[in-house]
Design a protein around this ligand. Structure first.
Ligand code: SER
Length: 340
């Protein structure tokens, strides 16, 4: 992790010695496990509380570097208890089922995505916390313009994941307007990282492909050539999550949620990029009809002009920089030597 964090630029900040007390709900998941560590580095004087559910306890560095508290997002009393105990002023709500797995458990996806967000917003209203809840490229659907998808456009997703994300965007904006809760968020693209694996998403192939390349295995791609989606390297996503919550509110025209983008590719483009560094790498196609249908309904690329204008969003990693960093770090993680 050190490598990428050293590579990415310091978060812009005009107020030094900022102190925040933050609760991360879903702190042991794909985003949470890295965001919790980032926040502990960014706010060294504050309580950065790793909220987790039994069965997904924090381990290692995540456990040792700060407080942890059981917070099941479907249980409002647990959220309130953690907020009170650690004097929390900001909540990062990262609890969710990803798109493909949510299709097999739609009721649970709604309970966590919408019921959980409602519980979080109610606690935030009562205890005056700011709230970040990620939205996604999955909040768009087949009737959305697929290329350079605008910030404000048609959002009629056909997945339960997307339905919960659009509902979440609207509910968060409602709490900002009606109750003054400081809600802000971004629409994340598929997130790529060598730290915690994603689980059950449509964009997961773009993580799995690097593991196959480093292990020297053939990659069986679940999506067909020409399936373009927005993707982002995790250090950029983490920086976005911190910068949006620190942005000057007087400049924000939008709140929930900002399009952010850094790269868009299809399976052949990422495969050919990896092949530049792993010449023996091979890919075949073994299509997953569910993931293919979901991917086809999502945009090919987002227009992130509003995020750039309203809070100076700017990505740092392109496909080449990400690929070099992923391969180097995965080789270390998996104990594989680079081929001469
Ligand atoms: N990465 C998510 C998924 O594939 C999209 O936000 O479900």
């Amino acid at each position: 992790m050190e490598n990428s964090l050293n590579l990415h630029k310091k978060i812009k900040r005009d107020h030094l010695n900022i102190m925040k007390n933050v609760l991360i709900i879903g702190a042991t998941g794909q985003i949470g496990s890295e965001l919790t560590m980032t926040l502990r580095r960014e706010y060294p004087g504050g309580n950065i509380v790793a909220g987790y559910i039994p069965g997904a306890e924090p381990k290692g560095e995540l456990l040792e570097s700060g407080p942890a508290h059981i917070v099941d997002i479907t249980n409002p009393a647990q959220i309130a208890e953690a907020v009170d105990k650690y004097n929390v002023d900001t909540i990062y709500n990262l609890a969710a089922l990803l798109s493909a797995v949510a299709e097999s458990k739609p009721q649970l996806a709604w309970k966590i995505g919408v019921g959980g967000l409602y519980n979080t917003l109610e606690v935030a209203r009562e205890k005056k916390c700011a709230v970040f809840t990620p939205s996604s490229i999955g909040s768009f659907g087949p009737s959305t313009p697929h290329e350079k998808t605008p910030q404000d456009t048609i959002q009629r997703p056909e997945t339960i994941y997307g339905v919960t994300k659009v509902t979440g965007e609207m509910l968060s904006d409602y709490y900002a307007r009606r109750f003054g809760v400081d809600t802000r968020s971004v629409r994340f693209p598929g997130l790529i990282s060598y730290v915690a694996p994603p689980g059950g998403g449509t964009t997961d192939y773009a993580v799995d492909i690097y593991y196959s390349a480093v292990k020297g295995e053939e990659f069986k791609c679940p999506l067909k050539p020409g399936t373009f989606m927005d993707m982002m390297y995790m250090p950029d996503a983490l920086r976005a999550a911190v910068e949006i919550m620190e942005a000057d509110p007087s400049r924000l025209i939008h709140r929930n949620s900002f399009n952010i983008a850094s790269m868009s590719f299809d399976p052949e483009i990422i495969f050919n990029k990896i092949k530049e560094y792993c010449p023996d790498f091979k890919m075949t196609f073994e299509l997953d009809p569910l993931r293919q249908a979901i991917a086809d309904s999502w945009p090919d690329s987002l227009d992130d002009t509003c995020a750039r204008e309203e809070w100076d969003w700017k990505p740092e990693f392109d496909l080449d920089a990400m690929t070099r960093d992923m391969l180097a770090n995965l080789r270390v993680k998996l104990g594989v030597a680079e081929k001469a």
